[in-house]
Design a protein around this ligand. Structure first.
Ligand SMILES: [Zn+2]
Length: 290
């Protein structure tokens, strides 16, 4: 049983080592380590899971890339084994403290993940909850702008496609309304549909909601309505926002990077200290005995 636990801890250490490798490599290259899968640094071929098993893959591939046969750096298995052994020795020497640190570490990660992913899920369970979440989410710092862009992209893309297909604008709005997925925008589009049926323009309705519909979008729609090329100006909005959304995702992950590094750094730091403390005290005890 003891052996089993030791093995589990060792493998856990190996996995953390593997993650550290990825971190070291991508930070060096100034790449985003949360995005995209791992690839060979020489031939840039994407690696599948069987190439990424700590140490074992290195042994089976005889230290060479499966695709281009170039040598894989010794740094990878070395970092993995070191972390694995560090974890194992820490576990043996300092069992309870080690478990305590790992637990704290996991709790921090779960709390962060929970805040990001579970909050909207809980909100959305009831109809009222979804409504208030949709309203609240647009007011969030950084994320609010992101949600707005996503909703407006969905709106513009669907409306453009439906108009191109020859649908009358009122039915196109009616269908688009149900696709947006945000209650705030659904209401605005519903109102737009009613007013357009009475002879108003889309842009004149959108003008009333500057806090959720940027002037840029209203302007583009207004231009499209005047020139009779609404489907084209809507696609311009889509293309512009898609680039913006990509940029926002990059920015968000680059904000997460230093936070993750900090958490990881503190974790490793505490482990190293708690590994060496007992060694020091053994050393001191030995000296006292002399
Ligand atoms: Zn390669």
């Amino acid at each position: 049983m003891n052996l089993f636990f030791n093995l589990v801890i060792f493998i856990f250490g190996l996995l953390i080592g593997s993650f550290l490798n990825c971190l070291i490599y991508r930070l060096e290259k100034k790449e985003n380590f949360l995005k995209g899968r791992s690839y060979c640094p020489h031939c840039h071929h994407q690696l599948n899971w069987s190439d990424l098993i700590p140490i074992l893959s290195f042994i089976f591939l005889k230290g060479k890339c499966r695709y281009c046969k170039k040598k894989i750096s010794w740094q990878y298995p070395l970092v993995e084994i070191t972390t694995g052994l560090l974890f194992l020795s820490l576990f043996i020497v300092h069992c309870s403290l080690f478990i305590y640190i790992i637990a704290c570490f996991l709790i921090i990660i779960f709390v962060i993940l929970g805040a990001i992913f579970i909050t909207p899920f809980l909100f959305k369970r009831s109809k009222e909850g979804k409504k208030s979440w949709d309203k609240f989410s647009l007011k969030l710092p950084i994320l609010g702008e992101f949600y707005k862009k996503v909703s407006l992209t969905r709106f513009s893309e669907n409306l453009s496609v439906l108009i191109s297909a020859g649908l009358p604008i009122t039915s196109a709005l009616e269908i688009t309304k149900s696709i947006i997925g945000n209650d705030v925008y659904e209401k605005i589009v519903a109102e737009t549909g009613e007013r357009v049926a009475r002879g108003e323009t889309i842009s004149s309705v959108f003008l009333r909601y500057p806090e959720v519909i940027p002037a840029f979008v209203t302007q583009m729609i207004s231009t499209g309505e005047k020139t009779g090329r609404l489907e084209d100006t809507l696609m311009d909005v889509v293309n512009f926002y898609k680039a913006e959304i990509d940029r926002t995702i990059n920015n968000l992950t680059s904000i997460l990077e230093p936070i993750l590094l900090l958490v990881l750094g503190i974790g490793v730091g505490i482990m190293v200290i708690s590994l060496f403390l007992p060694l020091f005290s053994i050393g001191l005890g030995g000296m006292e005995g002399m």
